[in-house]
Design a binder for this molecule. Structure first.
Ligand SMILES: [Cu+2]
Length: 159
């Protein structure tokens, strides 16, 4: 009798977990917008040489805001927030950044933990090593609500 009760309990618990997993799955699929097909190239290889480009972030711009790289070139972005607010540097296509901006409007404090982007508090700096494997025009942008509209967008031309 006791054994049967235990088995029933165990089955009930397993079922509860399975149901919970099922109901969480679609939420995760919805929240996690695709970060893995990087549009602007691929994360760099830290063991390979890279050209360093320094970019300063502030209200509301990047300096410099236009850079040109060769296709296949690896760049070490040295990013410094010299402003008084948090800023981001997200490397992607314009289309991707605009779609991402929509998500950020709903979740303004969303943190990024992606190889193609970083959020910096004032006086902080970071490095991103990136290999531009595709030719075309890409952009880096700050998707904190309104920052992009006020000018926080720069361009990378890959030839
Ligand atoms: Cu910003």
């Amino acid at each position: 009798m006791k054994n049967q009760l235990e088995t029933t309990m165990r089955t009930a618990i397993k079922l509860a977990f399975a149901l919970a997993a099922l109901s969480i799955a679609p939420v995760l699929a919805h929240e996690g917008h695709d970060h893995h097909g990087f549009s602007a190239g691929e994360p760099g290889d830290l063991k390979k040489p890279a050209r360093t480009i320094e970019i300063e972030l502030s209200e509301m711009s990047y300096e410099p805001s236009n850079i040109t790289v060769k296709r296949g070139e690896q760049i070490r972005f040295l990013l410094r927030n010299v402003g008084k607010e948090d800023h981001e540097f997200l490397l992607a296509t314009t289309r991707e950044n605009l779609a991402h901006a929509e998500v950020m409007r709903k979740h303004p404090h969303m943190e990024h933990d992606d190889p193609n982007g970083v959020r910096l508090a004032p006086d902080k700096s970071a490095e991103i090593v990136w290999k531009f494997t595709k030719s075309g025009t890409f952009e880096f942008s700050c998707l904190i609500p309104d920052h992009r509209d006020y000018g926080m967008v720069g361009h990378v031309t890959v030839k």
